[in-house]
Design a protein around this ligand. Sequence first.
Ligand SMILES: *[C@@H]1O[C@H](CO)[C@@H](O)[C@H](O)[C@H]1NC(C)=O
Ligand SMILES: *[C@@H]1O[C@H](CO)[C@@H](O)[C@H](O)[C@H]1NC(C)=O
Ligand SMILES: *[C@@H]1O[C@H](CO)[C@@H](O)[C@H](O)[C@H]1NC(C)=O
Length: 308
Amino acid sequence: MHLLTALTALTAQTVEGRLIAAAVLPHGDFAYDPKLVNDTGGSLQLHQAAQRLGREAQTASPELIFLTTPHGLELSERYLFYLNSENQGATPLDDMPHQAAGRKVPLNFTTPSDLGRKLLLKLQESSLPVEGLQGFSNSQPLPISWGEILPLTYLRAYGPLPPVLPMSFPLRRFNHSAEMFDELLLLGARIGEFLDALPERVLWLVSADLAHTHLQSGPYGYCPCAEPYDQACSQWAAAGGSQSSMRALSEARRLQGEGAMSCGFTGLVALQGALLGRSWRGEVLANEHPTYYGMMVARFMPSELLLA
Ligand SMILES: *[C@@H]1O[C@H](CO)[C@@H](O)[C@H](O)[C@H]1NC(C)=O
Ligand SMILES: *[C@@H]1O[C@H](CO)[C@@H](O)[C@H](O)[C@H]1NC(C)=O
Ligand SMILES: *[C@@H]1O[C@H](CO)[C@@H](O)[C@H](O)[C@H]1NC(C)=O
């Protein structure tokens, strides 16, 4: 069954609240605006795939988005939940500032702070290192930028955004993401349980880019691990939470340890924690690296919907 039909069927069934779907979307400038690189290197494929996913995700009428970002407000050791009711920002397109000519992409979203606090309590019960942040006496929005804004624009283009519950990964991911593997699986599993018990229909959205070491001329240099890392991410997503997806993700972990430098790795592993034990299907809509870093568009849904 085509995904759009499946999503429409899901809407029609008025399924009770729970985690209804998950998606991986890039926050890279060249997926957002392929013209920055003259539509080259797969940028257009990424953009079109992200648009398609954004449209289909809105068709499923999510009532809450759980968003993970590796580039938000970040603590050094703990996973951070944003607890202001409002979030607001405008991200510059910084990868090619000259080409983008100072253009900024603005976005606002609301956050259900009470729900965020409940989730924090649940995770603290499992001794997970999590923390909440409320700024400015909740009288002003928390600042957001490319990690939150760009992936959400693909949904925003097809309708208003539902409330968004954002979580950021701690700074220790920069040098220790491969070692965070088991903790991330547990974190993801506990968050998945929490979301399943909600009355709202929830979309889990991972803001992620892949290996950053595709080009010698790039800011992080070249690693032969970059291409196989991105391929392992595709294999992971296509296997949708099954045992073989675990094998692919373990391979991605090994390559991340070798220097893939993927900002998205922690987000993929946390999602895997939530997917394990579900009979879901995954599908990769695009995986390309227009410049030095890779990007992927992928979606995950309960397999009974795809088979119905
Ligand atoms: C895109 O094409 C324009 C016009 O041909 C050129 O000036 C520019 O350098 C190109 N940009 C990239 C990133 O290739
Ligand atoms: C965000 O909210 C502010 C304040 O309400 C408003 O002025 C601005 O237009 C909004 N921006 C977007 C992109 O919706
Ligand atoms: C990662 O390690 C490098 C080299 O030791 C260090 O310079 C950098 O500050 C570390 N990054 C973080 C976020 O801890």
